[in-house]
Write a protein that binds this ligand. Structure first.
Ligand SMILES: Cc1ncc(COP(=O)(O)O)c(C=O)c1O
Length: 472
């Protein structure tokens, strides 16, 4: 290997990057530059007002700091992802060491590298049953697109190319690429277009909103009947997959009736339909286990997709983990895997994943969440005594609460009241970031929340909800 060249002084441009990293920009400077940035899922018109934007400049543990120097509790873990907390040197050092050794090489054609290979092996060990083969990409959306594309190819190889439709559900969130958004609940496509004739949405499994006077058991039967009838109508020979999040996340944290996933899987097996479990949020400790499908919900899916907590957000990385049986078909002689993204298994991302798993194992994070997550859940459920709160739902560190105008009738506030946004603003003023979602508020904090922080979060939310109640 040639001796390292002597480092030249940083160019003006590189000095500028360093200055930005060192947080020496004023809020105004950032917001002026930010006029060029398009935020995700945002009201772009509202964001023309700088006061509607928060500049986050640094983070450590469960806290983030804004550009005015205010420290805020990160009640949403970045975006359901910073599971081990911010600023963990174990992961940062692993990423740096990886970049110094091998900054980038692809896993295209016949190439591979140690970090991607070792992470694939670790995921195969952690995932349930025969889920032993892993395709890496950079987002949950692409992981889900990949799952469906693989199943289309699988069915093509089996000589049944018409078996390509997907069953999803009203309320689901599976991402924002063209196929993933088609699998997402239709309301997320308002004013936009989606891929047509490929996805059928089954009924939402939200008993509190959709139960219509039925007991939970009756509602479960109705949901399964809807699934069977939909399959009969569409024809099982035209359906490749059912995709479901163990707990719906961005649809408002919706937990299906007990036994839903087991029964849905049994129906899928009856009709030879593959079960894709979208664990982009529910894996890597959020519900107290590496993966929730088997350990929490008792099913062995044919494919699990994951992202977010896989690297705790330190690097963009997702995985589509498929069964040996699917792999056997798509790797049989006579075909080629015509799918790929440049950064599949990027060395830095794979190193982040390996370090994240090692850290979670060392600190027994999934095991700890079985206690602390339950404490968090009960603290959040205790807010259900407030008049504004219609339902608190979810599990462990994945909680949603829906605000109502009238608890008896469950009547919602009109959209223009922006009740979720009002409560989230009140909470941010008091030092907590919580995510508004229509009439609901979502909490998905780092999994290292202690009982003291949980109590503080509860107090802030109680005060915020009370303040908004007075205001409206
Ligand atoms: C359950 C679920 N699936 C898929 C996605 C899409 O992931 P990404 O935003 O990384 O594309 C998300 C994102 O929030 C998600 O919550």
């Amino acid at each position: 290997m040639p001796p390292p060249r002597r480092q030249r002084a940083l160019s003006g441009q590189a000095r500028e990057v360093t200055r930005i990293m060192n947080k020496r920009l004023s809020t105004d400077e950032v917001l002026t530059a930010d006029d060029h940035l398009i935020q995700s899922w945002a009201d772009l018109n509202a964001l023309k007002q700088s006061s509607a934007r928060t500049v986050i400049t640094s983070a450590k543990g469960i806290m983030v700091r804004d550009s005015d120097g205010r420290d805020l509790i990160d009640g949403i873990g970045g975006l359901w992802c910073v599971n081990v907390g911010h600023g963990r040197t174990e992961i940062i050092d692993a990423i740096r060491a990886q970049l110094e050794t091998l900054d980038f090489y692809s896993t295209f054609y016949n190439f591979t590298h140690p970090a991607a290979a070792m992470l694939a092996k670790r995921l195969a060990e952690l995932a349930p049953g025969s889920l032993n083969k892993v395709y890496f990409a950079n987002s949950g959306s692409v992981a889900n697109d990949t799952a469906v594309r693989m199943l289309h190819h699988y069915n093509n190889r089996l000589g049944r190319p018409e078996k390509r439709k997907v069953l999803s559900r009203v309320g689901a969130y599976h991402g924002t690429t063209y196929l993933a958004i088609a699998m997402t609940t239709p309301s997320y496509s308002t004013g936009w277009s989606t891929a047509e004739n490929i996805v059928h949405h089954l009924r939402s499994p939200h008993h509190w909103r959709e139960g219509d006077g039925m007991t939970e058991a009756e509602f479960l039967d109705a949901l399964m009947e809807d699934m069977r009838q939909s399959i009969e109508r569409i024809g099982a020979e035209n359906i490749c997959a059912f995709i479901a999040e163990p707990i719906m996340g961005a649809g408002g944290v919706i937990t299906a009736p007990d036994g839903y996933h087991r029964k849905a899987q049994a129906i899928c097996r009856d009709y030879d339909i593959k079960y894709i479990s979208d664990e982009v949020v529910t894996s890597f400790g959020r519900l107290g286990h590496w993966f929730a499908s088997k350990d929490v919900f008792g099913i062995e899916p044919d494919i699990i997709t994951t992202a977010k907590g896989l690297t705790s957000g330190y690097q963009p990385l997702s995985a589509t983990i498929i069964s040996d049986e699917i792999h056997e078909v798509i790797s049989s002689p006579g075909g080629r895997f015509m799918h790929g993204v440049t950064y599949s298994g990027h060395p830095a991302a794979a190193a982040a994943g390996l370090a994240n798993i090692a850290l979670m194992e060392r600190d027994q994070i999934p095991e700890t969440v079985r206690t602390t997550g339950k404490t968090f859940e009960s603290a959040m459920r205790s807010l259900a005594d407030l008049d504004l709160v219609g339902e608190v739902r979810g599990s462990h560190f994945m909680i949603g609460m829906e605000f109502v105008k009238d608890r008896a009738t469950k009547a919602s506030f009109p959209d223009e009241v922006e009740i979720g946004l009002k409560v989230s603003r009140a909470a941010q003023k008091r030092g907590l970031i919580a995510r508004p979602l229509g009439n609901s508020l979502i909490l998905s904090p780092p999994l290292i929340f202690t009982p003291e922080i949980i109590a503080k979060t509860e107090t802030i939310l109680r005060e915020s909800i009370e303040a908004v109640t007075r205001e409206i």
